[in-house]
Design a protein around this ligand. Structure first.
Ligand code: ARG
Length: 459
């Protein structure tokens, strides 16, 4: 029987299946560097406050540094019987430096230790997420720069609605990803708080210095309440929720990319580097990466629902249920980081078939609003103008023609307010250029949005 670090009050050993069931080391090995970082700060504080001697602290620090080295060289073998990352590390430290290792856990509990590890881990993930999100936002802006003048149909109900600039469409996503960015920044603030020193739940009788560990670990401040520090996981739920929204945005973009590269649309061509073939149909080039990102959105939502449900009935303070906070968080972190990187790659390598895009606005009724606005601007109440154009569209549909094919004579029969200039108004490029209202799709408006975005990306 391997003696557990907590084994004092136990007479029998843990059932083998139970040991495996309860052990979190299987999935939390990636916390190891953060666990060592937390221990190093803790031991330095223990010696600075005189809780342990300088000599003892030196030995422990040397031991922890040796473990860091071994971790780096992949020489640490994590063991189920040592249950979790904390006891795996402590057991190795004991082997490394002997009984003095036992002083490390003075004035500390695994409860504040694991919370500290999670805060440190998530801070590093959030830093990476913010950086990759910035890359994606820049990629979108770069694509928009090249396509301010590219005309495409704008859709509602997936029906041609009004012509827009492709740049406008792209910049809509820029705005969504910028709000995601801000949400993750806020999330970082809530994660930048130090739980270490809360001990099991109630603080400690030792004269610890929480400000010192806070500084050593690079946190903005310590948790104000020891029970809050060890029992909430809202910083992780916030991350999972932000990740869900981010995936939602990515998934909508994926859906559009998938449509746009279909035979029916032919608006874009994806790079071979981000497409795959079929094992039976030789002609196929499938937008797998976009489909996968869209698909992975499901698991990220699932991770959010999982942890929300874990937390909802938990009495304060620590409960073992909290161990269930990890796998979903790791999975969502991995998923969003790869999805963001892949999406940036897809966008920076795709080819835009701008001729097809514009052509698909040449033979449709997406200029019907232009005609109604034209009449309304000449004083006809908009509702009446809407009805006149609606009837004309119906007539055109029956004849198999478009608004631009209607003769001036026929137009003047409808209303003598209509003049030759109507044909210019009906062109999709004119329609786009004239939508100059704030945030509208006019070319200059899109250019302004891009300039603003560039400023945001620089700061
Ligand atoms: N592996 C545990 C977790 O992830 C560490 C904390 C254990 N604390 C305890 N009191 N059993 O939550």
């Amino acid at each position: 029987m391997v003696k557990k670090l907590w084994g004092g009050r136990f007479e029998a050993s843990l059932d083998e299946k139970t040991e495996n069931f309860g052990a979190s080391i299987k999935f939390e090995q990636r916390l190891a560097p953060f666990d060592l970082q937390g221990s190093l700060a803790h031991v330095k504080m223990l010696s600075a406050t005189g809780i342990i001697s300088g000599k003892e602290a030196d030995e422990i620090v040397a031991g922890l540094k040796a473990l860091e080295e071994k971790l780096h060289n992949h020489e640490i073998e994590f063991k189920i019987e040592n249950e979790d990352i904390h006891m795996n590390m402590e057991t190795y430290l004991l082997e490394e430096i002997g009984a003095v290792a036992g002083k490390l856990h003075t004035a500390r509990s695994r409860n504040d230790q694991v919370a500290t590890d999670m805060h440190l881990y998530l801070k590093s993930v959030l830093t990476e997420v913010l950086s990759v999100l910035t890359t994606l936002r820049s990629t979108i802006v770069n694509l928009a720069v090249n396509h301010v003048d590219t005309i495409m149909p704008g859709y509602t109900h997936l029906q041609h609605a009004q012509a827009i600039s492709f740049g406008q469409h792209l910049m809509a996503y820029y705005q969504m990803f910028t709000r995601d960015f801000e949400r993750f920044e806020f999330n970082f603030k809530h994660t930048d708080i130090n739980p270490l020193g809360a001990a099991a739940l109630a603080g400690t009788t030792f004269p610890i210095d929480r400000k010192m560990t806070t500084e050593l670990l690079g946190f903005a401040g310590p948790y104000a309440n020891s029970m809050d520090a060890v029992s909430d996981r809202d910083f992780i739920i916030e991350f999972l929720s932000n990740s869900s929204l981010l995936m939602l945005h990515l998934s909508r973009l994926c859906e559009e990319l998938i449509l746009w590269c279909s035979h029916e649309f032919k608006f874009i061509t994806l790079s071979d580097a981000y497409s795959t073939g079929s094992s039976i149909m030789p002609q196929k080039k499938n937008p797998d990466m976009a489909e996968l990102i869209r698909g992975k959105t499901g698991r990220v939502y699932g991770n959010l629902m999982g942890l929300l449900t874990v937390m909802k009935g938990l009495p304060l303070a620590y409960n073992k249920d909290l161990q269930e906070d990890k796998e979903g968080m790791f999975d969502s972190a991995d998923t969003i980081l790869t999805s963001l990187t892949v999406m940036a790659g897809v966008l920076s390598t795709l080819k835009v078939n701008d001729v097809n895009m514009e052509e698909s606005t040449a033979k449709d009724f997406s200029n019907a609003t232009e005609l109604a606005d034209y009449l309304a601007a000449k004083g006809i109440p908009f509702r009446q103008a809407h009805a006149i154009v609606g009837q004309l569209v119906l007539d055109c549909v029956k004849k198999g023609i478009y608004l631009q094919d209607v003769s001036l004579q026929e137009y003047r029969a409808l209303s003598d307010l209509i003049e030759e200039d109507v044909y210019e108004i009906l062109k999709s490029r004119t329609a786009v250029a004239r939508r100059t209202s704030l945030g509208g799709t006019a070319f200059d408006s899109v250019r302004k949005q891009i300039e603003q975005a560039k400023k945001e990306l620089q700061s």
